[in-house]
Design a binder for this molecule. Sequence first.
Ligand SMILES: CC(C)(COP(=O)(O)OP(=O)(O)OC[C@H]1O[C@@H](n2cnc3c(N)ncnc32)[C@H](O)[C@@H]1OP(=O)(O)O)[C@@H](O)C(=O)NCCC(=O)NCCS
Length: 196
Amino acid sequence: MLRVTEPLRTERLLLRTLTADDLDDVFAYAGRDDVIRFLPWPKRNRDEVAEHLARRLNTTLASDGDVIVLGMELPPSPDDPAERPRIIGDMTLVLSSVEHRQATIGWVLNPEYQGKGYAAEAASRVLTLAFDDLHSHRVIAELDPRNTASSSLCTRLGMRLEAHFVHSEIFKGEWGDLAVYAILDVEWNARNALDG
Ligand SMILES: CC(C)(COP(=O)(O)OP(=O)(O)OC[C@H]1O[C@@H](n2cnc3c(N)ncnc32)[C@H](O)[C@@H]1OP(=O)(O)O)[C@@H](O)C(=O)NCCC(=O)NCCS
């Protein structure tokens, strides 16, 4: 069981539960065609993003299928302290199986903030949460193999390509492939021991 009650800090970000007040920032990315291209999400208008956001405020992973979503909050830059903190994307952690200690990670980042290492930084913190606090044995990411930004992120995190399923689902009206990347607790710990 895992309950996230406090924000998690990374070098440049705060990872925290989203609130209804984050709608403008979330809509700025979740409403974009280029962002949802490889996500199993329909195109949503602002009201639909608000409804989706309202279903993503859970803070506890206790049973199979439970999901938490952590917004990636970027503090104002020191050069412009009058700027407000912004939600620039979000990280999802799913408790896929309690019995088998399996979890699934997912990520979305506003394109305005891509290419700066924010997703890797946040995902790394969420993997630590999954292994150290949720005590997962294996964490996977499932993605469309055409999504090279996402597969590169998996590789950067030390995840291995375990499977490439061909035409395993109908994705947005056409046959789609599915790639599964994974990392085990022992692999994550060995990687961190090397980094440390
Ligand atoms: C998948 C996604 C989150 C990846 O975002 P990203 O910004 O490419 O990933 P990172 O934050 O790890 O940034 C890595 C890049 O930042 C660069 N970078 C710049 N400054 C950096 C820093 N200080 N630290 C680390 N990397 C840095 C890296 O070199 C790398 O560049 P490259 O892609 O040219 O090699 C993003 O493309 C996305 O949200 N896509 C749309 C939603 C989606 O498809 N989600 C996944 C569904 S499975």
